[in-house]
Write a protein that binds this ligand. Structure first.
Ligand code: AKB
Length: 331
């Protein structure tokens, strides 16, 4: 049993928390909001019951540095998942806040862990993103299938903070005795509403279809193609990487991939199940962010080093997610 701290209980944390509890770990869930006000409340309570959530909950504003360092010093976690972040769309609206939340708190977590004097290097997992990539100068797209090692030239503040997080993590691992591990996630889908990402167009389609809506408006073009992953795969990936023997890891941050449907592919997959489903495509500022991201990721090193293998494709995810969202096929 390990002592595990999850900082930021949103779309990922609300499923990661119950999975870690299920594994028998001692888990503290830290978030700015009371649990019932988080987007993942339903997912959390389904996974560990209301009492289980409240017992493990710790109110924490990550920008309150004394509170953040105090919690880490008091708890002395073996493993910390630092998930608190502003995503790509929200980050463009307030780039300063995006930097403070995504970079400065990551730096604080790293330096506090490094000073714990723990016998074993404290483990720190910070998700990165497909947003860490961007087109080379003079080009408009990143390679169709972007490898792990490729120049990182993000165009959004969110992407910049993710690259900096990766670099800080490599530094903390090399010089500060922190066992940092990161993975570049695609857009993620589950029943918890995501908060402020550019990949949210897909989540919007699923929520609308499951609610029985016949039409929905999304903020991208139909040909928009980026990597996606169903949350059960994402939770398995992050835990598998966290648990992988250090000797197996050839790098600190890994691409992980599962599927790369276009927006039109997702609309078609939904229409095949729920019947006529009219998607109106009205691109806004998020289109440029989406266009700068890879269409697909090459995740060969994750597969070779720690055995990463996705289990969910578009068809399987669509069936399962619609059911999870409460959609009932008409008789
Ligand atoms: C976003 O859209 O900003 C995130 C991501 C792909 O990292 N979901």
């Amino acid at each position: 049993m390990a002592r595990i701290l999850v900082i930021g209980v949103g779309q990922i944390g609300s499923e990661l928390g119950p999975a870690l509890v299920e594994q028998g770990h001692e888990v503290v869930l830290a978030d700015r909001l009371p649990p019932e006000e988080t987007a993942g409340w339903d997912v959390l309570t389904k996974g560990m019951g209301e009492d289980g959530v409240r017992r493990r909950w710790h109110r924490l504003d990550v920008l309150d540095t004394p509170a953040l360092t105090g919690l880490i010093r008091e708890m002395r976690p073996d493993t910390t998942y630092h998930l608190a972040a502003l995503l790509s769309a929200t980050g463009e609206k307030d780039p300063d806040l995006c930097w403070r939340v995504n970079v400065e708190t990551t730096r604080t977590v790293m330096s506090t862990l490094s000073k714990l004097g723990a016998a074993t290097a404290p483990r720190l997992i910070v998700p990165s993103s497909i947003a860490a990539f961007g087109p080379l100068p003079g080009q408009t797209e990143t390679p169709a299938v972007t490898p792990d090692l490729y120049p990182m030239l993000p165009t959004s503040m969110y992407g910049i903070t993710k690259v900096v997080g990766e670099l800080l993590g490599a530094y903390a691992a090399a010089k500060q005795g922190v066992d940092f591990r990161g993975l570049r996630f695609p857009g993620l889908l589950n029943t918890a509403p995501p908060g402020g990402g550019s990949s949210d167009f897909a989540n919007l389609m699923y929520f609308a279809a499951a609610a029985g809506q016949r039409e929905v408006e999304v903020f991208c073009r139909p040909d928009t193609t980026i990597p996606f992953m169903y949350m059960p795969d994402a939770i398995r990936a992050i835990i598998e990487l966290a648990e992988a023997p250090a000797a197996r890891l050839s790098r600190r941050t890994y691409n992980v991939a599962a599927m790369s449907p276009s927006a039109a592919d997702i609309a078609a997959a939904l229409a095949a199940r729920v019947g006529p489903f009219d998607v109106r495509y009205v691109p806004d500022f998020r289109q440029a962010i989406l266009d700068s991201w890879p269409r697909a990721l090459d995740d060969a090193p994750a597969r070779t080093d720690w055995g990463w293998q996705p289990r969910w494709d578009l068809a399987g995810m669509t069936d399962d997610l619609l059911a999870q969202l409460g959609w009932v096929p008409r008789a």
